[in-house]
Design a protein around this ligand. Sequence first.
Ligand code: UFG
Length: 329
Amino acid sequence: MKHRVLVVGGAGYIGSHTVKLLQNQGYEVWVYDNLSMGHKESVSPDCLIVGDLKDKDRLDHAIMIHRIEGVIHFAASAFVGESVTEPAKYYQNNVVNTLSLLEVVRKQGIKKFVFSSTCATYGTPDRVPITEDTPQNPINPYGETKLIVEKVLRDYARAYQIGYAALRYFNASGAAADGSIGEDHSPETHLIPLILETILGKRKEIEIFGTDYPTPDGTCIRDYIHVDDLAQAHILALDILKPGQEIKVNLGIGQGYSVRQVIAATEKVTGKKVKYKESPRRAGDPAELVANPAKAMKELGWKPKYLDIETIIETAWNWHRKHPNGFRN
Ligand code: UFG
């Protein structure tokens, strides 16, 4: 029997890809989203409930009438830079509103809760690849808010038997293989979509933030994971979670690429040259973030399908070139 699932923030980038996979795999899915960042076009209208996380009555009603058995929680503010200048927004949206959601989850007796955490909870790690026992010392309010929720979940699991999975994402990228949905942030701050927008002539050039990092080519190294691989891990976690169980895993592919390597791979995939300029470092960027995903593979039975940056970029390019204005097309 497939679960009835509420996907909070399901109209966002990673949320909408997860919803699509859940539906393809026969789950009954409801999306709860205030559409502040999400796009109504990214999910089917018959499963969308437009509502705010703060609206406990609406959430409570949705969970009750749809007899929800598991919640996947994506809704959060997720710009590292903004979290430094506007921490209040991050503590409110990511901590206070999640506590509010958890009140409803607790009251309704739901025992499966899958949470979007982040590699930003590790701050600047003392070694890479990063394993889950690496000390979590965030260096920005965004990472801090996600770490706080991880701790709340640990305590709630022990006291109220809510089973949870804290999935620590590395760099989500790419788009659905059929080109139907993809990445559309406003403002866009992520490397791959920005490079593609430059190629499409929507931007004059891409800036490389920092060329003096202690890496082989001087630019930052990240672990780019395809959004569908990331999405599938949520479904696996949801399926196996037992009351009170705690799952904490990294989701990356275990392979890092520098900013220059990503630019080169994008040029290869698109067959076009990318105009770039070398700029100073961006505040809060660690030199290298690469996952050791062994624990996720073992505990969830997860196996990423996209192991090569060019294939990931190809799916993103497929989406961007057909939707140069994102969901506004
Ligand atoms: N970069 C550039 N130029 C740009 C944009 C990005 O050089 O115009 C570089 C960044 O400095 C970084 C890399 O490209 O080294 C990737 O940057 P992204 O903004 O695409 O992604 P981040 O690694 O900063 O962010 C991701 C997630 C966050 C998460 C963070 C953890 O999007 O939610 O990883 O560090 F918090």
